[in-house]
Write a protein that binds this ligand. Structure first.
Ligand SMILES: Nc1ncnc2c1ncn2[C@@H]1O[C@H](COP(=O)(O)OP(=O)(O)O)[C@@H](O)[C@H]1O
Ligand SMILES: [Mg+2]
Length: 242
């Protein structure tokens, strides 16, 4: 069943057309990737879907609702690409704080926090101030805070960017497990090889437009490529301009 429908999205900033007529659908339980180089328009697309930014034209429907209403009902979890942490707050207190914002009862707070602790997987460091965390640890606690309330839709903007292999794998596994349990994910990445492992379907995005869409296997076949990196280059005609 379809959870998200994006129709003809268009968003510009002054002279810059960031998103130029994007349409796609995401089914319940799917991991859908928006793949493209820096400046392609991925972050702008995700901010519109999460309701933070209003499009100039087009519409987004999440379980039949506008993003604002879906957000209000707790359907959306959003991990921004540049999310930071409160340095002096302990990981555990951060999870409790976020759980308190979303949960409707004390039992729910406890349930969210225990799920958050499990997702974060930080061991005893969960009791340390987040200022002492490595980049990978920060990303895991932020991801845990997004997923612990079990939102129907998780919108994750480059969740593994800048992470070493250990934390990249950990974050990918958390995302896979969340989808396996029925959660729906829209993820952006400029790492074409990781999305091959992670995504059920994806779109290539370039200069605000969708260049192509399909499963990793379909895209490799269509562009006669051994991997998605090569498929992307072939899809944009072999000429890459940043
Ligand atoms: N708030 C903003 N103000 C002005 N220009 C922006 C803003 N956000 C994004 N842009 C521009 O829109 C284009 C797409 O950006 P973005 O959506 O961040 O792409 P990506 O996430 O794929 O790197 C870029 O040219 C970027 O400079
Ligand atoms: Mg971005």
């Amino acid at each position: 069943m379809e959870l998200v429908a994006v129709r003809n999205l268009y968003k510009s900033f002054g002279q810059v057309i960031a998103v130029d007529g994007i349409s796609f659908k995401v089914g319940e339980g799917e991991i859908y990737g928006i793949i493209g180089p820096n400046g392609a328009g991925k972050t702008t697309t995700l901010r519109v879907i999460s309701g933070i930014l209003k499009p100039d034209r087009g519409s987004v429907s999440i379980a039949g609702l506008e993003p604002d209403e879906a957000r209000e009902r707790g359907y959306i979890g959003y991990l921004p690409e540049d999310a930071g942490v409160y340095r002096h707050l302990k990981g555990i207190d951060f999870l409790k704080f976020v759980a308190g914002l979303y949960a409707e009862s004390d039992e729910a707070v406890e349930e969210y926090v225990s799920r958050g602790i499990e997702i974060a997987g930080l061991g005893d460091s969960i009791h340390a101030p987040m200022g002492s965390y490595s980049k990978g640890m920060k990303r895991r606690i932020l991801l845990a805070a997004v997923l612990m309330s079990n939102p129907r839709l998780a919108i994750l903007d480059e969740p593994t960017s800048g992470l070493d292999v250990y934390y990249s794998v950990a974050v990918r596994n958390v995302i896979k497990e969340y989808a396996r349990r029925g959660g729906t994910v829209i993820i952006s990445s400029h790492n074409m090889l990781e999305v091959e492992y992670l995504c059920d379907r994806l779109m290539f995005m370039y200069k605000g437009k969708m260049v192509s869409e399909g499963t990793p296997g379909e895209l490799k076949k269509k562009y006669d490529a051994v991997n998605l990196e090569e498929a992307f280059i072939n899809a944009i005609g072999g000429v890459y301009e940043a």
